[in-house]
Design a binder for this molecule. Structure first.
Ligand code: HEC
Length: 179
């Protein structure tokens, strides 16, 4: 019995050590509190050059290594983070978006960096009807300063995606991920 408890303890210590070695956070946040990781561009790409001609933007989405291990059909693990860069599309003289040789929109200035973070215990101050599971939202400008964007708007728009763990491009990610 003592031995079993000892092993369980050793295992937990080992897991805790592994947790420290990986780069995910177990911190609990409210909306607007999630720090912008300075190395997110080294993370796996979630989706690249997402075309949004409707809002004249191009988006680059990154997921942290922990989130990138999620299996299709499963919710993302606690500790998952997404960072989405929103670029203004470069415009032609007539105000319409320019197209590159590949027919895609051309990236202009970075205008927003959106962060989503999932952890049990996140978002305790969120109104029950606006809960997005354990996800919380934060918005930065291109210089890395927090913006005054209304973060309940993030919730309202992601809320209908409850069946996809509130992740808008869930299906596209798993359909196109290399492994
Ligand atoms: C008008 C609806 C709408 C609002 C408001 C909105 N989002 Fe999203 N979000 C989307 C869509 C749609 C996508 C998928 C990428 C795309 O098509 O641009 C997305 C994608 C994301 C992603 C990448 C992961 C995913 O879900 O695919 C993050 C991170 C994100 N949004 C964060 C935010 C944050 C932070 C806010 C608030 C500051 C916000 N969103 C507000 C619609 C919205």
């Amino acid at each position: 019995m003592t031995l079993k408890i000892g092993c369980a303890f050793a295992l937990m210590t080992l897991l805790a050590a592994c947790g420290v070695m990986q780069t995910f956070s177990t911190s609990k946040y409210e909306d607007g509190e999630v720090p912008l990781p300075n190395n997110y561009r080294d993370w796996p790409k979630f989706l690249s050059a997402v075309q949004r001609p409707d809002v004249k933007q191009v988006r680059e989405i990154y997921v942290n290594p922990r989130g990138s291990k999620t299996q299709p059909g499963q919710p993302f693990a606690n500790g998952t983070m997404f960072v989405m860069e929103n670029y203004a599309a470069a415009l032609r003289g007539d105000g319409n978006p320019a197209q590159g040789p590949d027919g895609k929109l051309v990236k202009g200035n970075l205008i927003r960096v959106f962060v989503m973070s999932k952890n049990g215990g996140n978002g305790t101050k969120v109104a029950p009807e606006l809960k997005n599971g354990d996800w919380v939202y934060t918005s930065y400008d291109a210089a890395g300063n927090k913006t005054v964007d209304p973060l309940n708007a993030c919730r309202t728009c992601h809320l209908p995606l409850a069946g996809k763990d509130y992740v808008q491009r869930y299906d596209e990610y798993f359909a196109t991920r290399s492994k």
